[in-house]
Design a protein around this ligand. Structure first.
Ligand code: PEP
Length: 222
């Protein structure tokens, strides 16, 4: 049981990886080993096309895991070809990662679009997890969960220091702030031990079931 009462989020961002079979193999391996602990929130964020299968597998296994999307549409339902509206996604997800730096860099996502997406998420009871790249990234009203993800640390094996992550987190009082960027089972504990850090958003290291489980177990002991 964790020594602290703070919520600890461990969120797997699979990015554009894993087909249905690979996703189900991961859930079958990880799901039964997630500790049932109220303050430990484990979330998996697959691609849109495998979300429903992942959700079903988690429900059938009764695993203590939530599901998230990696994005959602800034618009509602209607004539928006190719979009995934929150009003439909809410069947499958509890949370949505919004404003990830890969979306800002590769898809021209702006702060304005992020705030439209947040509004859609909130209107549909999906928890928005807004990624900030530093203390100056705007956070739309109503957001309670933030991931501090410095660009230099994403996918580089060059994480920020836990101390700096904690200092950045202090700029968002009243929010739960996670750290993301080259988190592994070796460094995760140093981040979540920081008073202001409420968990981690994990990209590359979440893809391998055993490594992800080591990350979760390290958080269980906080
Ligand atoms: C991410 O993409 O959100 C991320 C933190 O990636 P990685 O863990 O691979 O640095």
């Amino acid at each position: 049981m964790a020594g602290s009462d703070k919520n600890i989020w461990v969120i797997a961002n699979w990015k554009a990886n894993k087909n249905i079979q690979e996703a189900l193999d991961w859930v079958a391996k990880v799901g039964p080993q997630i500790p049932k602990q109220n303050n430990l929130k484990v979330v998996v964020c697959p691609t849109f096309s495998v979300l429903s299968e992942v959700k079903k597998a988690i429900q059938v296994g009764n695993f203590p895991m939530l599901t998230g999307a990696q994005d959602l549409s800034p618009f509602g339902v209607g004539a928006y070809t190719g979009e995934e509206p929150a009003a439909i996604l809410k069947q499958f997800v509890d949370l949505a990662i919004l404003g990830h730096s890969e979306r800002r860099q590769n898809f021209g996502e702006t702060d304005e679009m992020v705030s439209q997406k947040v509004a859609q998420a909130l209107a549909n009871n999906i928890t928005p997890l807004v990624c900030v790249q530093g203390k100056d990234t705007p956070v739309p009203d109503g957001v309670k969960l933030i991931a501090y993800e410095p660009i230099f640390a994403i996918g580089t094996s060059n994480p920020d220091t836990p101390q700096n992550a904690s200092m950045v987190a202090k700029n968002f009082p009243g929010k739960e702030v996670l750290y993301g960027g080259s988190v592994t089972s070796t460094n995760v504990k140093a981040f979540v031990q920081q008073e202001n850090v409420h968990g981690v958003l994990v990209g590359g290291a979440s893809l391998e079931a055993d490594e992800f489980l080591r990350i979760v177990k390290a958080c269980e002991e906080i």
